[in-house]
Design a protein around this ligand. Structure first.
Ligand code: SIN
Length: 523
């Protein structure tokens, strides 16, 4: 698809598990779908890197028990409506869609029964997995299945710049008096170096998260907060952005940055110790290593602060033999081996790192935002499922379950008039003439990521947050000039979005004076 003006039924921005589920269900219903992703099918999105697993239904499990666990992890500020849907309908949707229809292979025992693992804050073993590559196993099958649909067009190396809205981009100035409405997006085609106007009856933001905004994080490089920033600029409401989840166990090693050590290691028996080899997490919670992530993270930080050490250690030798570790956690085993760590005998150095944004673009259970014809799904969205802290292994399930809800809503409503009107919109105008200075861009990234980690990290104070707001605002002024003067490029688009997203998180954290879940203030 090389045209500069493209019109379709549905535009989906991003292709993780949530975007792919929506694309599948809408294409199955006969709608024309265009999916844009800024990377390639092999690596775009957090789903590719999800290790632990996906919540299913354990032996002696019940929807009520899952409901309680999700609410408890989220500090009971979750949206009960969303939690109920996941707890009561999630396992059925997972089985029918991912296992029976798409054919995802999860680990099974010798009798052919699904195997279960455990993670923090779950009452029982109920998480199914595919080694430590669960996300990859799911997304590979999903993408394979999308390729069978003739009515899906997937555009790789295409990054959305901004949403097209009636109030900002209509040729008719009087449109600003009407409801906020989204008509698609301006999308930069990186290979051909052109900006495309892609208009659609409905636009779905499925852009994932924002990990790169933090110095230490578990996310891939592409997680630059694009969806939050675009939605914000278009006038969408965002909520709970201060609830930034930090994962307790990321590898601390100069040769391998941002490498996650799945919580299921602890579910299978790994323990956390300090530099003296002593367990310390029971001081903070009777569940020890299997307390919710926010509790374990703060426990580690507190131990490091009081002992003056730089990292804690994960002892995975408790899980079992070398062979068991190799077959159950192949990616982790190989990665550690490549830097000289034998996880069957050696302690693994760890520190907490940003992992997941529990807040996002406010939606209802159908993914509807406050902007007509704009939907959001997956990590970029917030229907309140996670409250103040996400329960482990619920994010993949969230994408599948609410992907079904969102697709159902669109299919049932697409023929109504509201989806059909197409006013004339302004074409994209590129004001930039210069090449971007890569040194300036790099330094802005370094500054932003350090501010976010040091001032808007796992432990927050009013003074640090206030400082972060001033410093990020400064960066924002610089990038807006830059954005106007330099030729459009993926680097500039991403940095502009990251700065905007960082500012939203810092502002939300500053405004919420109460420590709750993953938002922790000590003043
Ligand atoms: C992990 O494997 O520890 C991550 C799983 C999750 O984020 O839910």
């Amino acid at each position: 698809m090389d045209e500069t003006f493209v019109s379709t039924d549905i535009l989906i921005i991003g292709l993780g598990i949530a975007g792919a589920t929506v694309a599948y269900k809408l294409a199955e219903a006969g709608l024309n779908v265009v999916v844009v992703l800024k990377g390639t099918l092999e690596d775009d999105g957090n789903t590719h890197y999800a290790q632990g697993g996906i919540v299913y239904k354990g032996d002696s499990d019940s929807p009520e028990l899952l409901y309680k666990d999700i609410m408890e992890a989220g500090s009971w500020v979750n949206n009960p409506e969303a939690v109920k849907i996941v707890a009561f309908e999630g396992p059925k949707i997972l089985k029918e869609f991912l296992i029976d229809k798409i054919g995802v292979e999860f680990y099974r025992d010798e009798k052919g029964n699904l195997e279960f693992t455990e993670e923090g804050a779950h009452s029982i073993r109920r998480i199914i997995f595919s080694g430590d590559k669960t996300g990859k196993a799911i997304i590979t099958k999903l993408i394979e299945s999308l390729k069978k649909f003739k009515n899906i067009t997937i555009l790789e190396n295409h990054i959305a710049i901004d949403l097209i809205t009636w109030q900002f981009h209509s040729k008719d100035p009087l449109r600003m008096y009407k409801d906020k409405t989204c008509l698609g997006a301006y999308v930069y085609d990186e290979k051909n170096k052109v900006v495309k106007n892609i208009t659609a009856k409905a636009t779905v933001l499925a852009t994932g998260g924002m990990g790169k905004v933090y110095l230490f994080n578990t996310n891939p490089e592409i997680a630059t907060g694009d969806g939050y920033a675009m939605a914000y600029r278009a006038g969408a409401e965002l909520i709970n952005m201060e609830y930034t989840q930090f994962h307790p166990t990321t590898l601390y090693h100069p040769l391998k940055k941002n490498f996650l050590l799945s919580e299921s290691l602890r579910g299978e028996g790994a323990i956390i110790v300090n530099h003296k080899g002593e367990r310390f997490l029971f001081k903070f919670d009777p569940r020890g290593e299997l307390a919710p992530r926010d509790v374990v993270t703060r426990g580690i930080i507190s131990e490091l602060t009081s002992t003056g050490q730089e990292c804690a250690f994960l002892d995975a030798s408790k899980i079992g033999s070398k062979e068991k570790l190799k077959s159950r956690f192949p990616t982790i085993y190989e990665t550690l081996e490549s830097i000289g760590i034998d996880m069957s005998t050696d302690l693994i150095p760890i520190v907490p790192a940003f992992h997941f944004q529990c807040g996002g673009v406010k939606t209802d259970i159908y993914g509807k935002t406050n902007i007509k014809r704009l939907f959001a799904i997956g990590e970029v969205a917030c229907n309140g499922l996670h409250g103040a802290n996400r329960l482990a292994s619920t994010s993949l399930l969230e994408g599948v379950v609410f992907g079904h809800y969102l697709a159902k809503f669109i299919v049932e409503n697409i023929e109504k008039k509201i989806f059909k009107e197409f006013p004339e919109i302004e074409p994209w105008v590129d004001t930039g003439t210069e090449e971007a200075d890569s040194i300036l861009l790099k330094q802005d990234w370094n500054t932003l990521r350090a501010i976010m980690w040091n001032y808007v990290g796992p432990i927050r104070t009013r003074k640090r947050l206030k400082r972060s707001l001033v410093d990020i605002k400064n960066l924002q002024l610089g990038i807006e000039d830059f954005y106007k003067e330099a030729k459009i490029s993926r680097d500039i688009i991403e940095l502009r979005n990251a700065i905007q997203t960082g500012y939203i998180v810092a502002l939300s954290a500053w405004a919420n004076k109460k420590s709750i879940g993953s938002h922790y203030r000590i003043d």
